[in-house]
Design a protein around this ligand. Structure first.
Ligand code: SF4
Length: 376
């Protein structure tokens, strides 16, 4: 496939891997966090860890939107869907994320709640137009990548004069999560020498927001695309920065990411959203100024205000290690539920649901390699 195959070329990958092995100092460790679930998926799918020397270790980060959404927000969305006359629209990978008391959007739907899976924000708008007798709520999740489409949907709703459309806003911000990871001390925290920076998020926000991590925390960041050669090249660039004692923001994904990002998308977001004072992240807890809410000028479209939705504290399954995995402290195979009671068919935590989740990626690709390594 043109424009994809060249980023999956096995011979080139082996060449980059050889350069990493040559340049990585065997006398030290390189602990690199791939922030994005898309990178976690690529690393597992293409077996990139198998190409790395033992001193280079990849640590999975919290950049999977479904995974970081706390149970209390799932419960809130389900409570909204159970209200008479309300239709809640969600992206597909949210349907099976466990809420409290073994609930989920899928189970709520089976029990009669009107939950509908949509592929885009505009699908939700179309439902609101087609069914004016129902209150249509879009349950918005995601990092900076999916925030502009939500803002555009709200603008479309206002332009069309829709009175039956609103949004539960769960949009979160990447730099806040990176800061939280760097600020969390041992034993909860994890030692990281550099970041493989997000791909799609960076097309929106650009490379500048990461300068803080290079300057103040002395952590190099290399923005990378989601193809295997992108990730391998980013790892090589990080190894070189660390060897040379540099901490800079470098951009491997120059075909899509610029220093300033997408000004138009940023403008649309700023029109509609403002910072929340605090928001709970699964695994990271409550983080200040880490998420967005609708501005007062958009209050009429805010489902939390319209339906008086209130978050109730909720506790994860105590045996589920999603929190530690999202902080990079544990790996999926270190959870005792992995592959026993927890699998993609019966997910016990959010990390097993989305293909971008570390547990799901490891279940689909990594566990076979682990077994092969043990046998060898
Ligand atoms: S394997 Fe399942 S229970 Fe364990 S951390 Fe992953 S999602 Fe949670």
């Amino acid at each position: 496939m043109k424009h994809v195959d060249e980023y999956r070329d096995g011979a080139l990958a082996k060449g980059i891997a050889a350069a990493i092995a040559r340049e990585a100092d065997p006398g030290r460790t390189y602990r690199l966090m791939e922030f994005c679930g898309g990178h976690t998926h690529a690393i597992s799918r293409y077996g990139l860890e198998d190409l790395l020397p033992p001193q280079v270790r990849m640590i999975h980060g919290p950049g999977c939107p479904v995974c970081v959404l706390p149970m209390a927000r799932i419960d809130l969305g389900i409570a909204c869907a159970r209200q008479p006359g309300v239709t809640v629209c969600v992206y597909g990978d949210l349907m099976r994320v466990p809420g409290s008391h073994r609930s989920s959007f899928l189970k709520a739907k089976a029990e009669g709640a009107d939950v509908r899976m949509v592929y885009s924000t505009l699908d939700a708008i179309r439902i609101a137009e087609r069914e004016p007798h129902r209150q249509v709520v879009f349950f918005a999740i995601g990092f900076e990548t999916t925030t502009p489409p939500t803002a555009l949907a709200l603008k479309a709703a206002r332009k069309k004069g829709l009175k039956n459309f609103s949004v539960v806003c769960n949009h979160v911000l990447t730099p806040s999560a990176m800061t939280a990871i760097l600020q969390s001390g041992e034993p909860e925290g994890v030692r990281i020498e550099g970041f493989v920076g997000p791909a799609h998020v960076s097309t929106i926000i650009g490379t500048r927001p990461y300068e803080l991590f290079a300057r103040d925390y002395r952590k190099p960041v290399v923005i990378a695309g989601f193809e295997p050669l992108d990730v391998a090249q980013a790892i090589l660039m990080l190894v070189r920065q660390i060897n040379q004692g540099r901490s800079e923001v470098e951009n491997e994904y120059i075909r899509a990411v610029t220093a300033d990002g997408n000004a138009r998308a940023q403008g649309v977001m700023a029109d509609v959203f403002e910072l929340r004072e605090s928001f709970e992240w699964r695994g990271l807890g409550f983080l200040p100024l880490s998420a967005l809410k609708l501005r007062d000028t958009w209050a009429e479209f805010d489902a939390e205000r319209r339906f008086g939705l209130v978050e109730t504290p909720a506790k994860d399954n105590p045996a589920c290690e999603c929190g530690a995995i999202l902080r990079g402290v544990k790996r999926p195979s270190e959870c005792r539920l992995f592959g026993t009671v927890c699998s993609p068919d019966t997910p016990m935590g959010s990390c097993m649901v989305s293909p971008e989740g570390a547990c799901s990626a490891h279940w689909t690709y990594g566990r076979f390699r682990e077994r092969e390594r043990r046998v060898a």
